[in-house]
Design a binder for this molecule. Structure first.
Ligand code: ATP
Ligand code: MG
Length: 418
């Protein structure tokens, strides 16, 4: 069941935040969102209001009884025992103390109820959820990949779901290789990348690095050996230097390192246009903050991903989707060349892209289809095989986007899916 408070909050943020603003205005959904939010809020508030009313009635009755007893006690002390002003003062002070004790006890009980019933239950759930990825084992991360990273019968379904997003995947990613992962939307490309980055653990099978199960390697250390950029990048609204520098926390203020990362990511054009270069505050809601476009944010995220000099695994999960195909191609060619020639640690580069021009230069192309690996090979091998990949490559290589058969509509039509 949808939580009505969360739904109301979500509708409020859709109706009032800038990113959704254009769609809300063009589709004219402002009134509808306001009504839906009001309805969700009322669905939450009506039972709460009823409980609050009942509680108020009980509290009123309890206080009436207490007040009666209190007044009775004072009358009793004053009239019955005739012990003078001191006794009356004592009775009043005792009554006041009693009220404060009762109040403190009931608020403690409220806190404990909240703590035990709500917070601890949520914490237990969060611990179970996080156990999926965990801290890994005690082995240190390797200094280099000498042979390969392997997927051995890896299956995966997201926590709380039964559907296998990856099903019995066997792969061999040789040390030093540039590997492209392709497939239609929802095929599991980002999921495969997330398993490599140890955001989740496989639900079946294992991933090994030179024969060592990734689960035995300390997760934090392994992640320190990763670099790159993810599809859903973060917009970190700091000075540009920090926005990029956080990609390698020990060198967060290292200007030459940030400049180098900007050069690797081909993001000079973005930084050059900022009024104070790397010192420019990003985000228009901050004093003097600069607004930059989606593609520019993406380039800065890519630069952040290139802060680490010597990663074992370079992940590029559609980090340049906002750029045109030719620019993406030349950037990826640069990354791949640097990986092939410069990396002596056996770095494996994983690129996810829907663009044929980018994908074809990889040493190995993995084609995912319906949670399974449909094909693996170089561009030439896959073209010769004349299977899924060959069918998705545009005729005569004139168009640059890989096209996958639309299974959803069942018409066998061909369409671009990115
Ligand atoms: N956090 C999540 N929880 C549950 N299911 C998820 C989650 N993330 C992704 N999925 C599901 O896993 C499937 C694979 O998603 P994934 O993001 O790996 O696809 P993809 O191949 O990267 O697609 P795209 O080309 O659109 O980026 C999708 O069907 C999606 O619904
Ligand atoms: Mg993806």
């Amino acid at each position: 069941m949808v939580s009505n408070t969360r739904l109301a909050r979500h509708l409020y943020s859709v109706a009032t935040s800038a990113p959704a603003g254009k769609e809300v205005r063009t589709t004219g959904t402002g009134e509808w969102l306001a009504t839906e939010r009001r309805t969700a809020w009322e669905r939450w508030y009506q039972p709460v209001a009823l409980v609050r009313l009942r509680t108020a009635l009980w509290l009123g009755m309890a206080w009436t009884v207490f007040a009666g007893a209190y007044v009775g006690a004072i009358v009793f002390v004053t009239a019955g025992l005739d012990r003078g002003v001191a006794a009356v003062t004592l009775a009043i002070a005792a009554g006041m103390k009693l009220i404060s004790y009762v109040g403190a006890t009931s608020s403690e009980l409220g806190f404990l109820r909240g703590f035990w019933l709500d917070a601890s239950r949520r914490l237990a759930w969060l611990e179970d959820y996080a156990a999926g990825s965990g801290r890994g084992g005690d082995r240190p991360a390797p200094a280099c990949v000498t042979e390969s990273i392997r997927f051995e019968g890896v299956s995966f379904s997201y926590p709380g779901t039964d559907r296998l997003v990856l099903d019995d995947v066997h792969l061999l990613l040789p040390a030093g290789a540039v590997v492209a992962v392709v497939g239609e939307n929802g095929a599991g490309k980002s999921t495969l990348v997330k398993l490599l980055a140890r955001m989740y653990a496989p639900t079946g099978g294992r991933i090994t690095v030179d024969g060592v199960d990734l689960a035995e390697i300390d997760t934090a250390q392994w992640r320190e050996r990763l670099a790159g950029a993810f599809q859903d990048f973060a917009r970190l609204e700091f000075a540009a230097l920090t926005t990029i520098g956080v990609g390698d926390l020990p060198r967060i203020d290292d200007r030459p390192a940030a400049e180098h990362a900007v050069a690797r990511a081909g993001a000079h054009d973005v930084v050059d246009r900022l009024p104070a270069g790397l010192d420019t505050q990003l985000g228009p809601t901050w004093p003097g903050g600069a607004e930059i476009s989606f593609g520019q944010w993406q380039k800065l995220a890519l630069a952040r991903g290139f802060m680490r000099d010597d990663p074992l695994l370079l992940i590029l999960d559609e980090p340049t989707a906002a750029l045109d195909a030719e620019t993406e191609h030349s950037l990826f060619e640069q990354f791949a060349a640097a990986s092939r020639t410069g990396a002596e640690n056996g770095r494996v580069t994983i690129l996810v892209s829907h663009r044929f021009s980018t994908v074809r230069m990889a040493d190995l192309i993995i084609v995912l289809d319906g949670a399974r690996v449909a094909e693996v090979g170089s561009h030439e091998q896959l073209m010769a095989r004349d299977g899924h990949y060959a069918a998705a490559v545009p005729a005569a290589g004139r168009r640059l986007q890989l096209k996958w058969r639309h299974r959803v509509c069942g018409l066998g039509a061909w369409g671009c899916l990115s």
